[in-house]
Structures are given as structure tokens and as C-alpha cells.
Design a protein around this ligand. Structure first.
Ligand SMILES: *[C@@H]1O[C@H](CO)[C@@H](O)[C@H](O)[C@H]1NC(C)=O
Ligand SMILES: *[C@@H]1O[C@H](CO)[C@@H](O)[C@H](O)[C@H]1NC(C)=O
Ligand SMILES: *[C@@H]1O[C@H](CO)[C@@H](O)[C@H](O)[C@H]1NC(C)=O
Length: 420
């Protein structure tokens, strides 16, 4: 090759200094990550608690690859990923802050009936769960009425759906931390505010996908009784006008992939599930308070559909893996809108990563798009749509623009104009 370039020695020294600085930075970063204390009000991911890491097998590596390219260009090793590498490009939306809910809520449930958003249950803190319903009125944008839930009703991880008057409520976690589930089911008449029992689910589940389809209440997936093992079982029971028409739940075709926290909708007489995860926090063995401890979770963006064939069909996956979205959606015209969630954990720090985008799925073309940014990344949002406006409230938000890990549990309500 040609003669050594002038100043080569200097360049080498410079490169060594750079590498040294980078190594120092990495060590400091690791030390910081492993010593950063959990949030006072929430059990946060602690990488030392993760057991049996399994390979990540979600089907969307695009953001990762793009980030690697960018990192290389900046002269940083391809293995170093920024904390926010999963954020997707998204248009800005003009968010307006509305009245804050009477209480902050994580893992609550919500059902919209006309101009009212019924907001149920949820954690206030990891050690305290709500046992009431708050109602937001989209017409005058106020939080109004509040009423109690039945004592036996689960406080989080509920399955819930409405026919426009009656709200069917199935199973879920009973109590704070990572307590056990209940198989209890209820129906609420929103006109009279009366609750009735329904036949219990054959076995309890955490956050199963729940919908009304062809005259039957369908419940599928979720986590099994240990809170972590994905269930694929699928049951249904005939219902009409708040009445259960059968004695027992019927076993239906299992879903292709189990686990909690997915969106489940019916559109044009077809049943769909979107996203979700396998695995979840579980109670620490022997803990008298059922203290949550983190286990391995795999978040996915899979979309499944049931139609006349009664066989699950696989549709195009979400723009990225997304979970904690069971009440984070609205159907607007011929599209499904999904707000926030959680995505796959950071591959190096193993921290949970929240989602800060609004996604759109067009039922007719089965196309996905990212239609906007949220005011912050947030999971378990409770969503409504009224009069051209998309609303979301509650959930757990990120630590800031540069840190997508979960922190504060909120009751904030936001809205933005939506034009599809
Ligand atoms: C990933 O997606 C592609 C195209 O959507 C599909 O062909 C492939 O089977 C998927 N792989 C997995 C592991 O799901
Ligand atoms: C919602 O607000 C509108 C406007 O103030 C009011 O007329 C209506 O009665 C409210 N609905 C409920 C159920 O509070
Ligand atoms: C839904 O469709 C109607 C009729 O085409 C249109 O007027 C409306 O703006 C659409 N809504 C949104 C949110 O785009």
C-alpha cells in the first residue's frame, strides 16, 4: 500500500483516547443503570430480577436496524442503542389538556357509551387499587358521577365490553401488587347502575381479550392463574340485553398466541386481536403481600382475525410490538386507532420501554400507519372518541423525552383533533 499517511500516529492516539472515553462512558452508564433505584410509587423493571431470558422473536426489527445505521455514522459502536431507539417518526399532534380524573389509574378499564366514558378500577399505586367507577362527559368535558363496583369484582386486568347499554365484565386481578385473579363476572346496566352476576369463567385469567361477537361474549388469551403463563384458551357464552342465555361457557377455537394486554375489537362482523405480550410480573414466591417481581416478557405486534371460516387468520403486524392496549383504542370511520402502550424491552438495559405513538389500522386495506405523537410515552391509556376528537386518560408515563422507562401513574386527560 502507499506510504503511511502523515499524522497517522496522532490519529491512532486520538482513536485510543476516544475509545477510552467511550469505555468510561459505558461503565458509568452501566453503573448508573444498575444502581438507579426503582420509582417510589411503582415496582420498576430491575434487570437482576429477570429470569430465563428467551430470544426476542417479534417481527419488526426495522427501528433497530435504522438506529444502528445512524449510530455507525456517528462513529459509535453498532451495539450501543439509545434509550429511545424504538421511537418511530410521527407527525406532531396538537394536544389539549383537559380536566384531570379524580384519581390516577394504571391498568384500569374504560368503556365509551355515546358521550360518556366509564372508567373502572385500576391501581392508584402498586399497593392501592380502586374499587369504583368515574364518568367523563365528552359533551361538557367534566368528570362527574362516581359509583362503587361490586366488592367481589377484580381491580385490574379486567376483560370488558359493551353492547351500548350493558357492560360485561369478566375476571381479572383481585387486589394490589401481583395478587391472584378471580373468575367472577358481572354485567352492569348503565341506565340503572345495577350490577348482576354472570356464570364465572371456567378458570380465572389476567387481562384476557374480550368482545361481543354474533350474540356471544367471547373471552380468550390472557395470563393464566400464576399471572405469567400465557393462556390460549377461548370461551364464549350467549348474551342478550344484559342477560346470559346459557348455563355454561362454551369452549371455542384457541387463539394462535396467548398472553394478556391486547386490543380486541369487532368490525364488520369480524373479530380481531392486536398486539399483546407473553409473560408478566409475577408474585414473589412466598411473599405475604404478593410483591410483584419482574419476569421475562415478550411483547408482540401480531394481528389475528376470526371470520366465517372460524379459523384464525394472520394479518399484517403492528408498526412495532405493542402491549397494554386493551382499552387504548377507538374505532373511527373504517380504522382502528391505538394510543401508546409498551414495546419490547431495551435489549441491553432490559428496561421496559413505553410507546409514544398513535397507530392507525385501516380495516379495508389492512394497512398500518403512525398518525401522530403523544404528549409523552404512556401505557394502559383509556381512550375515547367524540365529535372529531380523540381523547386519552390515565396510565403510566415515561421518565421524560430521553427516557422511555415507566414512572408516574396519571389521571390526566388529553384530546386532539383527528382527521383521517
Ligand atoms: C415476519 O413477517 C413476515 C412478513 O409479514 C412473515 O412472512 C414471517 O413469517 C414473519 N415471521 C415471524 C417469525 O413471525
Ligand atoms: C353531559 O353534559 C351535558 C352538557 O352539560 C349534559 O346535558 C348531560 O346531562 C351530561 N350527561 C350526564 C350523564 O351527566
Ligand atoms: C369520518 O368520515 C366522515 C364522512 O366521510 C368525515 O366527515 C369525517 O371527518 C371522518 N372522521 C375523521 C376523524 O376523519
Amino acid at each position: 500500500m502507499a506510504k503511511p499517511a502523515p499524522g497517522k500516529h496522532k490519529t491512532t492516539k486520538f482513536v485510543f483516547v476516544l475509545l477510552g472515553l467511550l469505555a468510561l462512558f459505558l461503565i458509568l452508564d452501566l453503573l448508573w443503570a444498575s444502581s438507579s433505584s426503582p420509582s417510589p410509587d411503582w415496582t420498576l423493571p430491575d434487570s437482576t430480577n429477570i429470569i430465563v431470558p428467551r430470544p426476542v422473536h417479534h417481527n419488526n426489527s426495522t427501528p433497530l436496524k435504522e438506529n444502528r445505521k445512524k449510530d455507525n455514522k456517528d462513529g459509535v459502536s453498532g451495539r450501543v442503542l439509545s434509550a429511545t431507539f424504538t421511537d418511530l417518526d410521527a407527525p406532531e399532534l396538537n394536544w389539549e389538556k383537559m380536566a384531570t380524573a379524580p384519581v390516577p389509574r394504571l391498568d384500569g378499564a374504560a368503556i365509551q357509551i355515546k358521550n360518556l366514558l366509564y372508567v373502572f378500577a385500576g391501581y392508584g399505586t402498586i399497593d392501592y387499587v380502586h374499587s369504583h367507577v368515574d364518568i367523563y362527559n365528552f359533551t361538557d368535558n367534566t368528570w362527574g358521577e362516581r359509583f362503587d363496583m361490586p366488592k367481589e369484582m377484580a381491580h385490574s386486568h379486567l376483560g370488558m365490553v359493551t353492547d351500548g347499554r350493558y357492560i360485561y365484565v369478566v375476571t381479572g386481578q383481585y387486589g394490589p401488587q401481583c395478587r391472584g385473579p378471580t373468575a367472577h363476572t358481572f354485567v352492569l346496566d348503565t341506565k340503572t347502575k345495577q350490577w348482576q352476576d354472570m356464570p364465572p369463567l371456567p378458570v380465572p385469567r389476567y387481562a384476557p381479550a374480550t368482545q361481543l361477537w354474533r350474540g356471544r361474549l367471547h373471552v380468550m388469551g390472557g395470563s393464566k392463574e400464576d399471572r405469567g403463563t400465557p393462556g390460549v384458551e377461548h370461551w364464549s357464552i350467549a348474551v342478550r340485553d344484559g342477560k346470559v342465555l346459557e348455563k355454561e361457557w362454551r369452549t371455542e377455537i384457541p387463539i394462535p398466541r396467548g398472553g394478556p394486554h391486547r386490543a380486541c375489537v369487532v368490525f364488520n362482523d369480524r373479530l380481531y386481536t392486536f398486539g399483546g405480550q407473553e409473560g408478566d410480573f409475577m408474585a414473589k414466591p412466598g411473599s405475604p403481600t404478593f410483591k410483584c417481581s419482574r419476569r421475562n416478557e415478550v411483547v408482540y405486534g401480531d394481528v389475528y382475525m376470526l371470520d366465517d371460516d372460524m379459523e384464525w387468520k394472520v394479518l399484517p403486524s403492528m408498526p412495532k410490538p405493542d402491549s397494554h392496549i386493551e382499552f387504548a383504542w377507538a374505532i373511527v370511520n373504517n380504522s382502528l386507532i391505538i394510543v401508546g402502550g409498551t414495546t419490547e424491552k431495551h435489549p441491553i438495559t432490559k428496561k421496559m420501554i413505553l410507546v409514544g405513538e398513535v397507530f392507525r389500522f385501516e380495516f379495508d386495506t389492512q394497512k398500518w400507519s403512525v398518525i401522530g405523537k403523544l404528549p409523552y410515552r404512556v401505557k394502559t391509556t383509556l381512550v375515547g372518541f367524540w365529535n372529531g376528537m380523540l381523547y386519552f386518560t390515565s396510565g403510566q408515563r415515561d421518565r421524560g423525552p430521553d427516557d422511555p422507562a415507566p414512572k408516574k401513574v396519571l389521571g390526566e386527560m388529553w384530546r386532539t383533533k383527528l382527521l383521517l
